[in-house]
Design a protein. Structure first.
Length: 542
């Protein structure tokens, strides 16, 4: 077909928020469609909200055709599949809402402001971000908004699905995992409360978020979270749809903000697993002959730079904690690692001494480190420096990076200690970033009384490292509210190594940043600074 050939460039689903003229394409294709496909097209044009609301099996059943007929129809109008067509129709609804917003001006701006400032909407956003699964159930009137919300949440790696068919809700509810959320979205006072799907959702232990402009009192009392939906401009379907789409956009933005996503957009997310490989780097005298376990993560092929960043986690964290999606309630490392990957850098996470596989399974990390610091067993602080050449030798020998000039090291908290130690111990590493680094181990409560121990005195980060670090680029990031790795003790370390950089004529290569209103936690500005330094010294993306 001529139309199919012309639209063959659309070889992947449209990005949420982009207009695809899906309905216009369907109208233009009508003369060339087979009779069964024509029935599919007529149904979509008659009621686009059904195409948005239903799954392919549900829609095929409604139209009275086989699922392959629906799939073939989608390809013949320029979409790779039914999911892409649904998203295209939903996006066009959203784009139309933006056009209408230009016309409605201040009124719609006021509605959007009310939604953004609603504390209940923020609570709902928190529930969606933490949910294992999300079901969005709407009346037919707000089906476009439900589909747009599901698409937006899916882009943030949330497991979200939408349905506007109450008969299907009980089955969907019975498949919910513990920790799921069901969003009920309606403009009027529809009584979801008597629906068997809602009963099944409650039986499955799902949290209920109820969003309505004219809420039903029983649901207001029984829902876990209720969000008032402002009334739309004018009256009728158009006003309700417009407000629903504003709600979808605002809710997605709230979840995006709660996700603390940083760095360039890409397929890697701190909330979603990303392929990785466990490897073992050869050991040597510095490791007692034991190999160093590590996780290798390759950047998306479309942006890959052939660079490698060694990454180190915080104290007690095994190497796996840096691998997206990390562990619940602690995604500091996965946030940073995901950003590095989306920026095109391959990442290698070596296990730190006394952590994960480099200790006995039953041993406590703090206990084994205390023993080390007091003189028993391996000297972990010395090992942090001494094993650096082994790691660099291994990544070069195994082709993980072709040139040490394309090798960097990044670490946060205890990993920041390791980042600085590794950089100082091997001049082949091009540059480094230390985020909230532990420069003095006695600031950790478990070791506060060990300042006089010889291993601690010799192993702490101090001015002696200046000669090994200068004049390579090093960014050290502190937080003004950090009570663990205080800005004062980080500043003292920076002051100690500054003379070495000055003597090398490279003062500008030592950067010290204190982030306002940041504590010992993830902050997107940490990623911004790290990626800027890596762009400058490993080469920016083409």
């Amino acid at each position: 077909m001529q139309y199919t050939d012309r639209m063959a460039l659309l070889d992947k689903p449209p990005t949420p928020g982009t207009r695809t003229a899906a309905l216009d394409r369907i109208r233009a294709a009508l003369p060339d469609l087979a009779p069964a496909e024509r029935r599919v097209a007529d149904r979509i044009l008659e009621d686009p909200s059904q195409a948005i609301a239903l799954s392919i099996s549900e829609f095929a059943e409604l139209v009275g055709v086989a699922q392959p007929t629906v799939s073939r129809f989608c390809r013949n109008v320029g979409f790779p599949g039914y999911a892409a067509l649904r998203l295209g129709v939903a996006n066009d609804f959203a784009a139309d809402s933006h056009n209408a917003r230009d016309v409605a001006g201040d009124l719609l701006g006021g509605i959007a402001d009310r939604l953004r400032s609603d504390s209940n909407l923020q609570l709902a956003g928190q529930a969606l971000r933490a949910a294992r699964q999300i079901e969005i159930w709407t009346t037919a009137q707000l089906a476009p908004a439900g589909a747009a919300l599901a698409a937006g949440l899916a882009e943030l790696s949330a497991r979200a699905a939408h349905s506007a068919v109450p008969a299907h809700w009980p089955t969907r509810a019975r498949g919910l995992e513990p920790g799921s959320v069901v969003v009920l979205l309606t403009y009027d006072g529809t009584e979801f409360g008597a629906d068997p799907g809602l009963e099944a959702a409650r039986a499955a232990g799902a949290k209920i978020v109820y969003i309505a402009a004219m809420p039903a009192r029983p649901l207001l009392k029984s829902a876990d979270i209720s969000v008032p939906l402002p009334e739309g401009p004018g009256s009728g379907l158009a006003g309700a749809e417009l407000v629903g789409l504003l709600l979808a956009e605002t809710m997605t933005d709230a979840v995006r903000e709660l996700s603390a996503l940083a760095g360039p957009q890409g397929p890697v997310s701190p909330w979603r697993a990303w392929p990785a490989q466990t490897i073992f780097l050869p050991g040597g005298p510095a490791t007692g002959g034991e190999p160093i376990p590590a996780i290798r993560i390759t950047a998306p092929e479309s942006v890959r730079r052939e660079t490698l960043v060694l990454f180190y986690n915080g104290f007690t964290a095994p190497k796996e904690q840096g691998l997206p999606p990390g562990v619940p309630n602690n995604r500091v490392s996965p946030h940073i690692v995901a950003s590095l990957l989306n920026a095109g850098h391959d990442v290698l996470i070596p296990e730190m001494p006394g952590h994960g596989e480099r200790k006995r399974a039953w041993e406590n990390v703090a206990v084994v480190h205390r023993e080390s610091f007091t003189g028993r067993g391996a000297d972990y602080l010395a090992m942090a420096r001494d094993e650096s050449p082994l790691i660099v030798d291994a990544v070069l020998a195994h082709g993980l990076v072709a040139d040490p000039a394309r090798l960097a090291v990044v670490g946060q908290s205890w990993g920041g200690f390791h980042a600085i130690a590794k950089l100082a111990a091997d001049p082949r590493i091009r540059c480094g970033v230390a985020i909230m680094p532990v420069c003095d181990v006695t600031l950790l409560p478990d070791f506060a009384d060990l300042g006089d121990r010889p291993r601690v005195r010799s192993g702490n980060l101090g001015p002696d490292l200046g000669a090994g670090l200068a004049a390579r680029p090093l960014l050290i990031i502190a937080g003004s509210r950090d009570t663990l790795c205080t800005p004062e003790h980080i500043a003292a370390f920076v002051s100690g190594i500054s003379p070495a950089y000055e003597a090398a004529g490279a003062s500008n290569r030592l950067q010290h940043v204190v982030l306002d209103d940041a504590g010992h936690e993830f902050d997107a500005r940490q990623v911004d600074g790290a990626l800027t330094l890596l762009d400058q010294h490993l080469g920016s993306r083409a």
